[in-house]
Design a protein around this ligand. Structure first.
Ligand code: FMN
Length: 178
């Protein structure tokens, strides 16, 4: 067998599924941004998204209290800001100012969209049963926005330890599944 033993602490980088996203929250008129890669789709429509937001993060308390957020999907052009938002805390830093990102009003939630991201999903927490044990929030997407002028949005996917895979070419195969 060509395979070798692999550290359990690095397994997450093998399974990393969707794009790295920027989660915005807001409380008492203060908006914040957090980088997140541990999320998963759970239902088609209404779309449900499960995500792990650590209780060490400022965003955790705000999301738990306000029960709403926006999942913003950045492309590779924003990679430096993505890492920046994932290495600073909203407890100390106004990340919109620090990383030159622009808040835009959402329609269904108080947390802002990030103008520079090519898609934004307004969400509310619909199930917090697993929050105490796993910091796992289940979100319902209430409203979705996309910049249709972006023909080739190249999202970034976290492989761990500062490594990111940039989305590449699309292939199409016959499939009966959605
Ligand atoms: C690429 C990347 C992915 C991350 N994914 C997650 C994640 O899925 N869940 C999480 O709790 N923290 C994640 N983090 C860490 C948070 O973004 C980080 O702790 C951030 O400083 C929290 O900000 P806040 O204190 O303003 O909420 C990630 C960081 C990076 C750089």
């Amino acid at each position: 067998m060509a395979k070798k033993s692999f550290p359990l602490s690095r397994v997450y980088g093998l399974l990393e599924p969707g794009p790295v996203v920027l989660v915005t929250t807001a409380q008492k008129g203060r908006a914040n941004i957090m980088t997140m890669s541990w999320h998963t789709m759970m239902e088609f429509e209404p779309p449900l998204v499960g995500c792990v937001i650590s209780d060490r993060n400022h965003s955790f308390g705000v999301l738990k209290a306000t029960k709403e957020c926006v999942i913003n999907i950045p492309t590779v052009e924003l990679a430096a800001q993505v890492v920046g938002c994932g290495n600073t805390s909203g407890r100390k830093v106004d990340k919109f100012k620090a990383f030159g990102l622009t808040p835009a009003a959402a329609s269904r939630v108080k947390a802002p969209l990030i103008d520079e991201c090519y898609a934004s999903l307004e969400c509310k927490v619909v199930d917090a049963k697993l929050v105490a044990k796993y910091c796992f929030f289940i979100l319902e997407v209430l409203k979705a926005w996309i910049d249709t002028s972006r023909k080739d949005p190249r999202t970034i996917h976290h492989l761990g330890r500062g490594a990111f895979m940039v989305a590449g070419r699309t292939i199409k195969l016959p499939s009966r599944k959605k």
